[in-house]
Ligand binder design. Structure first.
Ligand code: PLP
Length: 394
């Protein structure tokens, strides 16, 4: 008799975004004339920049002619794009070989798939509140999860203590949902800790392009010792508006070896078995992101989201509400006023001022009492939402 993967029965139902959608729908059914100010979305609202659009058109034309047509792409990524991504790291002074970069169709795919190269007996440490996919991918694989809660006391940037123990460690910096960013000194503590144990850090750098304080690390490989203990997973989704276009990249240094097994070699073997590469058209367009003009254009878009962040932060400062994020990340994580629960605060904002955010409790127990605002909405809606917050809570 066939047995399904029973680990799926241990998944908690992902009620967070479902509940938000249900509550919003019910409110609009009763108040059809009201406009909602959406600061809850994790998706981008600006279109792809011109350089990427031109790249898409050129690549589509290439596919129309026999002499420029591409069939299957190399499984680990087109050489032209692997070089561009490696150059992006090298421009920051990091030494990296092109074949340490793997092109993927997004960070979510990689965060789950990468578990294939680690034995099932390894425990995964997840800093909470966390991006929900980390927990779910580990539950599906039947892996033991070590939860490391964080709090306002450590600025949502916890460090390992004497009792922390795990073989795989997920670190997301800049963080979703808290917007907090680890300093180089803090990451060095994690890197040394991982090297001492032979553990591996899975570093999610999906929001690195939002860092404006140049003392903060964009990559785990800025930390000495990281090449023997870390894999970095990144994405163009938020950086360049690729949420629907799909492209990411993963860096696995050749020094990352355990029991004589090279994780870089294992990932080559994995990709050549389990994928047939990312589409030529998308890789060509993604290469445009790494040109000087592409960088200028994507940063012009990021600046619009950053202006949204400043608008929300100004309102929270005026209200004396504690928060992290916003400056070096597209998320703002605030403490709900008057010790309100995060769903209670959600209901209040929806009913009184039609502002939608994301209750912190949905990102793990220690998120209760906190709330996430995203800065990916339109500037007009963000400004009006900020004005409404001040009028309600001021
Ligand atoms: N990692 C984090 C922390 C995210 O917030 C997201 C998307 O919201 C992803 C990864 C997924 O990115 P992608 O669109 O490349 O799958």
């Amino acid at each position: 008799m066939l047995t399904p993967n029973m680990n799926y029965s241990h998944l908690k139902s992902s009620y967070l975004f479902y509940n938000i959608a249900q509550k919003t729908k019910a409110y609009l059914a009763e108040n059809p004339d009201k406009h909602l100010y959406r600061l809850g979305i994790g998706d981008v609202s600006l279109p792809l920049c011109d350089a990427v659009i031109k790249g898409l058109h050129t690549a589509a034309d290439d596919q129309a002619k026999a002499d420029t047509f591409n069939g299957y792409m190399p499984e680990c990524g087109a050489p032209f794009l692997r070089t561009k991504v490696a150059d992006y790291y090298r421009a920051r002074g990091l030494s990296l070989e092109d074949d340490e970069v793997f092109i993927s169709s997004g960070a979510s795919d990689e965060l789950g798939d990468i578990l294939d190269i680690f034995d099932r007996s390894n425990r995964s440490l997840i800093i909470e509140p966390a991006y929900p996919a980390y927990v779910d991918a580990n539950v599906m694989g039947g892996r033991e999860i070590v939860h490391l809660p964080s709090s306002r006391d450590n600025g949502f940037l916890p460090l390992p203590d004497e009792i922390t123990d795990a073989e795989l460690i997920y670190i997301c910096s800049p963080n979703n949902p808290t917007g907090a960013v680890f300093s180089k000194e803090q990451l060095k503590v994690w890197v040394d800790w991982a090297n001492e144990r032979g553990s591996v850090i899975l570093f999610d750098a999906a929001y690195e392009a939002f860092i404006e304080d140049e003392t903060l690390p964009h990559s785990i490989f800025e930390i000495e010792g990281a090449r023997t203990c870390a894999i970095e997973i990144c994405s163009l989704s938020k950086t360049a508006g690729f949420t629907g276009t799909r492209l990411g990249y993963t860096v696995i240094p050749k020094e990352l070896v355990r029991n004589g097994m090279s994780f870089n070699d294992m990932w080559v073997r994995n990709r050549t078995t389990k994928t047939n590469g990312v589409s030529y058209i998308i890789q060509r367009a993604a290469a445009e992101v790494f040109t000087p003009e592409g960088q200028r254009q994507i940063h012009a878009n990021i600046d619009i989201y950053k202006q949204n962040a400043r608008t929300i932060m100004k309102a929270l400062d005026e209200l004396g509400i504690w928060y992290t994020g916003g400056k070096n990340a597209p998320y703002i994580w605030l403490e709900c006023p008057s010790k309100m629960g995060s769903w209670e605060f959600f209901d209040l904002l929806l009913e009184k001022v039609q502002v939608i955010g994301t209750p912190g409790e949905g990102f793990g127990k220690c998120g209760e009492g906190f709330f996430r605002f995203s800065t990916f909405g339109s500037p007009e809606d963000t400004q009006e939402a900020a004005r409404r917050l001040v009028s309600l809570l001021g």
